[in-house]
Design a binder for this molecule. Structure first.
Ligand code: PGA
Length: 252
């Protein structure tokens, strides 16, 4: 059985005290209602990490960052390294989110470098891929995702792939209210797993969690998660409301 995962991506929301307060309530919820099916992860802004790590310590919920630097250390003003992220107590980092790819021009080569640094720092990577609307309309979505994986991820060894969680997030579905249909998600997730199988073999492909992201909410989560190659979700907007986030975890 593959590990099921529901990760909340807070993006750039909540100041420090709001974030800590929210983490306390999420932690309490999952302490009192532990999910025996899914690993729950909160991916917070950098400034929240150390405080949220304290709150989640010894509990059921894991912690992640949303980004890390592409260099290990040194004179890179304003950057936060993977090693620093790890030192807060975080276990995961999101790399390759479409908002980083488009607004901060992060390309496959840079993402490949970040992924390797993160793994070498002891983090697990939630590696995002997905096409924009035009690419889907032109029927290029498989090709785009293939390129993102081949150039951003497939320089890893099979052992390093153990530290990867993939997230398929069609960009046209992120924050738009549009969701990939369960069949569209399944089709792409299966395609991704087949690519991983071709490159790394069946064992690796079978173990790899592939999450769906893009306007996932309580009303559509169960149907999407019921698909055989969908192993959970990466949740943006709905992770900012405890009831919605809890209902999505429940849907697993
Ligand atoms: P959304 O975001 O759930 O708000 O669409 C998902 C994501 O960007 O990870």
């Amino acid at each position: 059985m593959r590990k099921k995962i529901v990760a909340g991506n807070w993006k750039m929301n909540m100041d420090l005290s709001e974030g800590l307060k929210f983490a306390v309530s999420v932690e309490k919820h999952f302490r009192e209602n532990p999910s025996d099916k899914a690993q729950v992860i909160l991916c917070t802004p950098f400034i929240h990490l150390a405080g949220v790590a304290e709150i989640l310590k010894n509990g059921k919920v894991a912690l992640g960052a949303q980004n890390c630097a592409s260099e290990a250390s040194g004179a890179f003003t304003g950057e936060v390294s993977a090693y620093m992220v790890k030192s807060t107590g975080a276990e995961y980092v999101i790399i390759g989110h479409s908002e980083r790819r488009s607004y901060y021009h992060e390309d496959d080569k840079l993402l490949s470098k970040k992924t390797l640094l993160a793994i070498n720092s002891g983090l697990k990577v939630i590696f995002c891929c997905g096409e924009v609307q035009n690419e889907r309309e032109e029927g290029k979505h498989f090709l785009v995702v293939k390129r993102q994986l081949e150039e951003g991820l497939f320089s890893l060894t099979e052992e390093q792939m153990d530290k990867i969680v993939l997230a398929y997030e069609p960009v046209w579905a992120i924050g738009t209210g549009l969701t990939a249909s369960p069949d569209q998600a399944q089709e792409m997730h299966k395609y991704i797993r087949d690519l991983v199988r071709d490159k790394y073999g069946n064992n690796c492909a079978k173990k790899l969690p592939v999450l769906y992201g893009g306007s996932c909410k309580p009303s559509n989560a169960a149907e999407i998660f019921s698909k055989p190659d969908v192993d959970g979700g990466l949740i943006g907007g709905a992770s900012l409301k405890k009831e919605d986030f809890a209902a999505i975890v429940e849907a697993i």
